[in-house]
Design a protein around this ligand. Structure first.
Ligand code: NCD
Length: 320
């Protein structure tokens, strides 16, 4: 592949994670997403036909509001036929295995499968069994690549750069795929990434991903430009990782007092769903000068449009 092709395309069949992607691929997806933000901002723009006659299936084994809707909207804006399959109404409830479900859907010859699954690695496994492109919409605590891309786009829109920024990811690092994908992406693009959490919520060996670890908000938030708050993922916890929710909020919940430890123009991000009064103070979450939480949702549609298009373009090229 020529250098020009590397800069101007996404050279993979699937989007399974951020780990291992070259900066050129990440920048290409971000640039393409940014073009779609401009497109979406112009209310006069209707549907595009870039994905006309393409079939895209959303296969979600876990609950989702934002991610599933966002993929659906993104596909529809590009003119694709979007289908939604959720566990509650499918044969998965009747005991069909992941691979059988994938093979059944594969037989219907979709162009893209967007998959969310509760096990790390399940989406990659599935991608090895089907013919179409696969996008990981979150696999257990492993990766959530489109979330990291939309977080990066939100940061770029507000701060005009990523390289050189000090970024703190705070909360349940242990169970968070958002944290992992963000660490890979932000490090690849030259940010300085730190994680802040109680010791029980820091996974072993996380420093090997190139982050500094802090156990308290005061030292962790010092001089940071971006604060990414994470939800306590109670559904992934067996046993108790924090003494009590009240205590957790007191020490790790982001409120005005703790925000003052960061740079005066530090921006707050949260992937949602938010637990107000647990990891973030409700009034702060709604402060549009400090928090970009709803902007993230807007960026999400543009990012997913860019990812769907990149996967289809790769497929078309491969068939040349
Ligand atoms: C995140 C997820 O599902 O990993 N949410 C999302 O995709 N917007 C984070 C979370 O559930 O806390």
């Amino acid at each position: 592949m020529t250098e020009d092709e590397l800069i101007n395309s996404y050279p993979h069949k699937h989007l399974l994670g951020i780990e291992g992607l070259l900066p050129t691929s990440i920048n290409f997806l971000l640039k393409s997403s940014n073009n779609y933000v401009d497109y979406l901002n112009n209310k006069k723009n209707g549907k595009l036909d870039i994905l006309k006659n393409k079939i895209c299936i959303n296969l979600f084994f876990e609950n989702s509001t934002r991610t599933r809707t966002s993929f659906e909207l993104a596909g529809k804006k590009l003119g694709a036929d979007m289908l939604n399959i959720s566990v509650g109404t499918s044969s998965i409830k009747k005991g069909e295995t992941l691979i059988d479900t994938a093979m059944t859907l594969n037989a219907m010859q979709p162009d893209i499968l967007v998959v969310r699954h509760h096990d790390a690695g399940a989406v990659k496994l599935l991608s090895e069994k089907v013919n179409c492109g696969v996008i990981n919409a979150g696999d257990g605590p492993h990766e959530h690549p489109t979330q990291a891309l939309l977080d990066a786009l939100t940061i770029l829109k507000r701060k005009k750069k990523i390289s050189g920024l000090k970024i703190a990811i705070c909360g349940d690092i242990m169970h968070s795929r958002v944290a992992r994908s963000n660490i890979h992406l932000l490090n690849t693009l030259g940010a300085e990434v730190r994680v802040i959490a109680p010791a029980t919520l820091i996974p072993k060996g996380i420093e090997s991903l190139g982050v500094n670890i802090f156990y308290d908000m005061k030292s962790g938030l010092k001089d940071v430009d971006i604060i990414i708050m994470l939800r306590l993922q109670l559904e992934r916890m067996s046993g108790s990782f924090v003494p009590s929710i009240r205590e957790y909020f007191r020490f790790y919940g982001l409120d005005r007092e703790k925000l003052n430890f960061a740079n005066p123009d530090a921006l707050i991000l949260h992937p949602g769903p938010m637990n107000r009064g647990v990891e973030i103070d409700s009034e702060l979450a709604d402060d549009i000068d400090r928090s970009a939480i709803f902007e993230q949702v807007q960026m999400g549609v543009a990012v997913r449009m860019a990812c769907l298009k990149a996967i289809i373009d790769h497929k078309l090229k491969a068939n040349d």
